[in-house]
Every structure is written in C-alpha cells, then in structure tokens.
Write a protein of this length. Structure first.
Length: 241
C-alpha cells in the first residue's frame, strides 16, 4: 500500500486526478470504478479542467459506480447518477452508454444487484477503483457488519451514515434508508484501488482502516489485503497515522 500525504484538499484532489489521468492515458479504453460523496468532487473538477485543456480523452473510457440510493431515479438531484452526470459525465466526452450506476429505481433488490454485478463482471472489473471513506469505515455503502459481502447487494444504511449524508438533503427524513452497493468482493476484484480522504473528521477512520486489524466491522480495513492500493490523504486525515 502506498500512502501519499498532501497538504490540503486541493492538493489531494490534484494528486488523485493525476493518478486517474495516468490510468486513462496509459489505457484509453480503461474501466474506471467511480465514487460519490463530497471527497471526490475536487478530483472530478480537476479531470474536467484537464479534459477542457485537451489533455484527456474519455471517448473510450467505461465507468462503473460503486453505489446508488434505493428508490431514487436519475432526475433526483440526490441520486448518485445525477451526481456523476453533474460532476463529471456531462462535462467530458464520455460515451454515456458506457457509464454504469446501480439502478436505484428497480424495486427488486435481488434482481437489481445481480444485474449490476453482471455488468461489472462483463467489463472484467475496474482497472482503477476510486474510493472515499465513511466515518465508520464504510466503502461504497458497505457498512460495518459481521462479514465482508462478496457481491453487489442491498444494504440498510446505518444511523450515522444517514446523519452524515443528511447534509445533502432538505431534511433527514428525505435520506433513503437503503442503497444498492458493490460488495467488498466486487471492490477487491478491481485491479488497482485509489482511496482518498480529507479532513480531521476522517483521521480516526483512516488510522483504523490502514493500521488497525482487518475486520468487517471496519470495512475499509480489507484494503490492507489488496495488492495494489494507493491512498491519497491530506495532512488532517493523515494526522493519526
Ligand atoms: C457516502 C458514499 C461513499 C462515500 C462516503 C463518504 O455514503 N456512499 O461512497 O465515500 O459516503 O462521503 P464524503 O466523501 O462525503 O465524506
């Protein structure tokens, strides 16, 4: 595991964007695993800037996103599809038919998740999977649990995740209580992983994930077992390492 400590959020975003750019340049038809949340916003903004300068070409890139809220459709401004569209897809020359986000509108959770797992598999998995980190150590929406889920599945969001994500919604009651998420296995099958975290409020989760015991109660700790992980942190998030 390579750990890169940067001075602040902007520096973290630029370094992460550099790693994703290198992936696209060295393999123009790569499969990018993408994440949502506030952490990758700056990374996507940097990629868009480089695309606009003519330094990046997304025309052959495919994407698979980590997760989606159950029940939210593409037009809902809190859906992760909407997030991806507005933060990245609509600003670059990506072929939308090659972008994939779990279908939150499919009311059948088993079917929705099986279909999504098949989609990820049909691409041969992600060449590079970008990850943020939840305060409780979740990756995607894999919440602390008694086991590591292997495949895409439907999860009940924890109280702390609902509270943390409530800031994006008008009121806490609007936050969906379930989500469809890649499993820990789906994530671990990515060839390379890029984990990013920023801010002092993530420092404890970062320390436990990177230096604590590997256990499903701290989902991100599994990354210690992946052969090719790069972690880009700002100083605040790295402060307890
Ligand atoms: C959300 C997402 C995760 C994200 C995490 C951290 O619940 N499902 O993919 O990494 O929370 O979010 P943020 O980057 O806003 O702290």
């Amino acid at each position: 595991m390579k750990i890169i400590v940067t001075k602040d959020y902007n520096d973290m975003s630029r370094k992460a964007a550099n790693i994703i750019s290198a992936q696209i340049i060295t393999k123009p038809n790569c499969v990018l695993g993408l994440a949502t949340g506030s952490t990758p916003v700056g990374t996507y903004a940097q990629l868009v800037e480089w695309y606009k300068k003519g330094d990046l070409d997304f025309s052959q890139v495919s994407t698979v996103n980590l997760d989606e809220y159950r029940g939210l459709d593409h037009s809902n401004d809190q859906s992760y599809y909407y997030f991806m569209m507005n933060n990245l897809f609509k600003h670059v020359n990506i072929d939308l038919s090659r972008t994939n986000v779990p279908d939150g509108t499919n009311p059948d959770p088993v079917k929705a998740c099986e279909e999504y797992e098949e989609i990820v598999k049909s691409y041969g998995g992600a060449d590079l999977q970008l990850l943020g980190l939840g305060h409780n150590g979740h990756i995607g929406f894999n919440e602390p649990a008694d086991e590591f889920p292997n495949f895409t599945h439907c999860v009940d969001l924890t109280e702390s995740t609902i509270k943390a994500n409530a800031r994006f919604f008008e009121k806490i009651e609007d936050v969906p209580t379930q989500a469809y998420t890649m499993g820990i296995g789906t994530i671990m099958r990515a060839k390379r992983i890029l984990l990013i975290a920023s801010g002092a409020d993530k420092a404890e989760a970062v320390k436990k994930a990177l230096q604590g015991p590997v256990m499903p109660q701290m989902p991100a700790s599994i990354l210690q077992l992946h052969p090719d992980v790069t972690v880009v942190l700002d100083e605040a998030a790295a402060s307890l390492l």
